[in-house]
Design a binder for this molecule. Structure first.
Ligand code: BG6
Ligand code: MG
Length: 220
């Protein structure tokens, strides 16, 4: 079995609970547009890029707009979201995340961020997570959204670790697929009901250890 040399982490829903802020901002936009957006609807947007999320939201509301208007709506949503994340601090790091990042580095395992978000740096800086990464790849570095493997391939390249020696941590189905398309193993963080394709699923990073990493036996 190939030993693990690097861990690549999704941000929203794996290291921090920003899904609630995305939800509140999309809900506010939907309200302005005259329809209701539920927490269940929000599940469809997890791991999905900003513009693709807007398309899904508009679809739910039965609305269609041109590119300029869509850009304006996405900017409006992002303004509210940025306002919310600007108030984030260390206390919003999800249970076990910091401990596991530290354990990786203490054991010589490299760490990278692999996020679709263009706001990742604000979140990492406000929560104090920035120093725990050897490489940071976010939505400002990529052109193709998950399930495209680009974000994770860029992460592995930045760490100089072959994909087969990387493990991805993801809370979204599209992210699990992106990891597999990159030739990496994946640990789902959340429920086996949605993340069943991953090699292992943990409820949170609190249940993850460096020892468990080496038990991920499937090599793709
Ligand atoms: C992902 C989130 O990490 O980032 C999505 O799961 C979000 O909900 C996407 O739409 C893009 O984020 P941002 O901050 O660039 O709008
Ligand atoms: Mg996520």
């Amino acid at each position: 079995m190939t030993s693990i040399k690097a861990c690549l982490f999704d941000l929203d829903g794996v290291l921090v609970d920003t899904a609630k802020y995305h939800y509140l901002a999309w809900k506010r936009l939907a309200k302005d547009l005259g329809f209701t957006f539920t927490e269940q609807d929000n599940e469809k947007l997890k791991g999905v890029s900003r513009m693709a999320s807007l398309d899904i939201l508009l679809g739910l509301g039965g609305l269609e707009f041109g590119d300029a208007k869509k850009q304006d709506l996405a900017e409006r949503k992002n303004g509210w979201y940025v306002e919310a994340i600007s108030k984030m601090d260390h206390s919003e790091i999800l249970p076990g995340a910091l401990e596991f990042l530290k354990a990786c580095r203490d054991n010589g395992i490299k760490t990278a961020l692999g996020s679709a978000s263009k706001n990742a740096m604000t979140i990492l800086d406000n929560t104090g997570l920035t120093p725990y990464f050897d490489a940071i790849i976010d939505g400002t570095h990529t052109t193709n959204a998950k399930p495209d493997p680009e974000v994770f391939l860029l992460g592995a390249a930045a760490l100089s670790v072959p994909p087969g020696q990387c493990v991805v941590f993801e809370d979204a189905e599209a992210g699990v697929e992106a990891a597999h398309r990159a030739g990496m193993r994946c640990v789902g963080v959340g429920s086996p009901a949605t993340l069943g394709q991953a090699e292992a699923v943990v409820p949170s990073l609190q249940e993850m250890t460096v020892e468990r990493l080496n038990e991920l036996s499937i090599v793709r």
